[in-house]
Design a protein around this ligand. Structure first.
Ligand SMILES: CC(C)(COP(=O)(O)OP(=O)(O)OC[C@H]1O[C@@H](n2cnc3c(N)ncnc32)[C@H](O)[C@@H]1OP(=O)(O)O)[C@@H](O)C(=O)NCCC(=O)NCCS
Length: 112
């Protein structure tokens, strides 16, 4: 497995049958001023719950801080225990549930 932070986005890849495959990554998009960002994360199904996203998300926050961002927020599905746990472990504060007719989300944020 290899690690990288191309474009500031921490990611993991592995080789399968000689081909590089994505394993997981953490990303954000900033507002036009480059001070506020929304983050998201994904790890391939076969690699989940092995402790991979936690350091990727932590690295993303560290990079955002280094770049002078002031705040990162993210929306977590209220049933997504895994993502909520990752967010809490890296220091996100969870807000109140924002419920729609067919979803329930939590807004989480971290001040940098
Ligand atoms: C959410 C996601 C990125 C987490 O990646 P991951 O590599 O599996 O996360 P980690 O292994 O680093 O951490 C998962 C944590 O959740 C915990 N967890 C998993 N399922 C859980 C459950 N049902 N209840 C409580 N905790 C749970 C794990 O025990 C672990 O915590 P721990 O280290 O304290 O034991 C991954 O599951 C994913 O890609 N899901 C689909 C896409 C998604 O939902 N993205 C989030 C949108 S922002």
């Amino acid at each position: 497995m290899t690690t990288g932070s191309e474009d500031a986005f921490p990611h993991l890849t592995t080789l399968k049958d000689g081909k590089e495959q994505a394993v997981g990554e953490a990303r954000y998009v900033t507002d036009s001023a480059g001070k506020l960002a929304e983050a998201a994360a994904v790890v391939a199904d076969d690699w989940q719950n092995r402790g991979l996203e936690t350091p990727l998300f932590a690295d993303l926050i560290a990079e955002a801080r280094r770049r002078g961002l002031l705040k990162i927020f993210a929306y977590f599905d209220a049933d997504n225990k895994s993502m909520i746990r990752v967010g809490q472990k890296v220091g996100f504060r969870l807000g109140a549930r924002e419920a729609g007719s067919d979803y329930s989300m939590l807004k989480a944020e971290i001040l940098l």
